[in-house]
Design a protein around this ligand. Structure first.
Ligand SMILES: C[S@@+](CC[C@H](N)C(=O)[O-])C[C@H]1O[C@@H](n2cnc3c(N)ncnc32)[C@H](O)[C@@H]1O
Length: 508
């Protein structure tokens, strides 16, 4: 059953109050989209590698705070029918959009709450996975406290909380830009007038003047970026109030006050310390939290997507490569992109990069994974095929884990739901079919959102409910391609289907 509940709203109306925030999200809708790093399967992969035993994703309970119109929550719910999902957001406009999507999709495993996350009813029960994406830095301090307090009460012992937030030192440069924009727009009334004024001002500030120093290039680059981003990003990030970056050590200490411990970054490649040899000397001997803070300084990071837990790690939160044996492995998006662009699949110069026989084996594994993408394989099959010899310096598990950390491979704990090749009666995921009838954004079975700007591709995708043969699809598509001979339409349909398979949109 899908339900919606409203909470009483606070009375105080300051520029950063919930009432003011709600008005802003109602004035300019947030362009929410799926975030593959916040998917419970991905959280489970990272948590497992770092020594935790997270809940089975197929039957888990998920809470998303600040879920907006459900762009992240609903595709998860559609692909995990035995799991249950709760979404909460302050914005009536966003929750109304999520509610109608739930009804149209016929989802029975989603509950939506309109209101302040601080006021969520305790009757909701406990959660295996909690998500707060784009919330922590963009709400008042009291709401940040309430978020962690809710996690302390409602996150199960082996549960995982995903939190994204802006960080220093990278955000010092961004903050200089934000403050200049605020000075310019603070007395301008109305969202669209503010957006126009901010863009015009940023465009002027992006131009180097004759008296400027070469080192001014960095803020000018930021101003140029501001002129190019969407209304949603400009209004709800650069012009957002509040927008409070923190240092990582402050975030970790805040979480610790609520018994939440840092597990790892959701983006595994952020755990790799690709820093200079001089920086490596500073990193040596640091504990893991000090190391994370130093990496932010060394890499001038501006954004983090951290996983937190209340539980103990069997490995003291150290990565345990042997745990990859539980997973399936496939090519990552960056690896597929490198292959498509004809770029090298490995950087032999990167610190700790595989060499010799290891590098050769990985090259052939990458080529194989690219060929079968988006399908994944269990480790047992990879071991057999590569005929990995036990006397190599590192185990296959260690090499695969390393390739996942470096971002070339991806791991999953889920049995495969997708197929790379369309069958006799091709079928696309129900969520992508629903999206295809409504716009150009499409979320695939790896929880990635892409833009399909070809209206015939969207039309075909919407038809793929598994009831039509390729011949029947060709007949329907002939209407959309007037003047095309039947064999040419059939060929086009085959090409689209092959493309959908590669984009992880097809199910068996
Ligand atoms: C920047 S948007 C992020 C939306 C989405 N999670 C994403 O990243 O695509 C922040 C969302 O948090 C919601 N929000 C802000 N304060 C909240 C609160 N106190 N309780 C619940 N939702 C809140 C806003 O309405 C908005 O939809």
């Amino acid at each position: 059953m899908s339900t919606s509940v409203s909470f009483a709203r606070e009375r105080l109306d300051t520029p950063t109050s919930n009432a003011a925030l709600m008005r802003k999200y109602d004035a300019v809708a947030y362009a929410a989209k799926s975030n593959a790093l916040s998917h419970p399967d991905h959280m489970a992969v990272v948590a497992t590698l770092f020594g935790l035993d997270p809940a089975d994703v197929a039957t888990c309970r998920v809470l998303e705070l600040g879920c907006s119109d459900g762009a992240n929550l609903l595709p998860m719910a559609a692909s995990l029918p035995d799991a249950s999902f709760v979404g909460c957001d302050l914005s009536p406009r966003a929750i109304a959009a999520a509610q109608s999507a739930v009804a149209e999709l016929g989802l029975s495993n989603v509950t939506l709450f309109e209101g302040d996350l601080s006021a969520m009813p305790e009757t909701l029960g406990d959660f295996d996975y909690m998500i707060a994406h784009g919330v922590y830095s963009w709400v008042p301090a009291t709401v940040r406290d309430a978020l962690f307090a809710l996690a302390r009460r409602r996150l199960k012992r082996n549960g995982i909380l995903f939190v994204s937030y802006n960080v220093y030192p990278g955000c010092h440069v961004r903050k200089a830009v934000w403050e200049s924009l605020h000075l310019h727009v603070e007395r301008i009334e109305g969202a669209s007038a503010r957006l126009d004024a901010a863009r015009a001002f940023a465009a002027a500030l992006a131009e180097p003047g004759t008296t400027q120093n070469p080192i001014d290039a960095l803020p000018r680059h930021e101003f140029r970026q501001v002129t190019q981003i969407t209304d949603s990003a400009l209004y709800h990030d650069d012009l957002a109030e509040p927008n409070d970056p923190v240092y990582f050590h402050e975030f970790a200490a805040h979480a610790a006050r609520y018994d939440l411990r840092f597990v790892a970054e959701a983006k595994l490649s952020m755990t790799a310390a690709d820093t200079s040899p001089a920086m490596q000397r500073f990193l040596a001997g640091c504990d893991r939290l000090e190391r994370e803070q130093l990496l932010d300084l060394a890499q001038l990071r501006r954004f983090r997507q951290s996983l937190l837990s209340r539980g103990e790690s069997a490995t003291g939160f150290a990565i345990a490569p042997e745990r990859v044996a539980l997973m399936r492995i496939g090519a990552s998006v960056p690896l597929l992109r490198a292959a498509a662009e004809g770029k090298p699949l490995m950087d032999p110069g990167a610190p700790g990069a595989p060499a010799g026989d290891e590098a050769k084996a990985l090259q052939s594994l990458f080529a194989w994974m690219i060929a079968i993408a988006p399908e994944t394989l269990p480790i047992s099959e990879i071991t057999q095929r590569l005929a990995w010899s036990a006397d190599t310096p590192r185990s296959l598990e260690a090499i695969l884990t390393d390739a996942c950390v470096r971002g070339s491979l991806r791991a999953t704990l889920r049995p495969p739901a997708l197929v790379a090749l369309a069958g006799d009666r091709p079928k696309a995921s129900a969520f992508a079919r629903w999206q295809a009838g409504r716009g150009t954004a499409v979320t695939n079975l790896q929880h990635e959102t892409m833009q399909l700007r070809d209206e015939n591709a969207l039309r075909l995708l919407a038809l793929l409910d598994g009831s039509r043969t390729r011949g029947e699809l060709t007949t329907v598509m002939a209407d959309a391609l007037p003047g095309w001979e039947q064999p040419r339409v059939a060929q086009r349909v085959d090409e689209y289907l092959a493309q959908f398979g590669k984009l992880a949109l097809l199910v068996s």
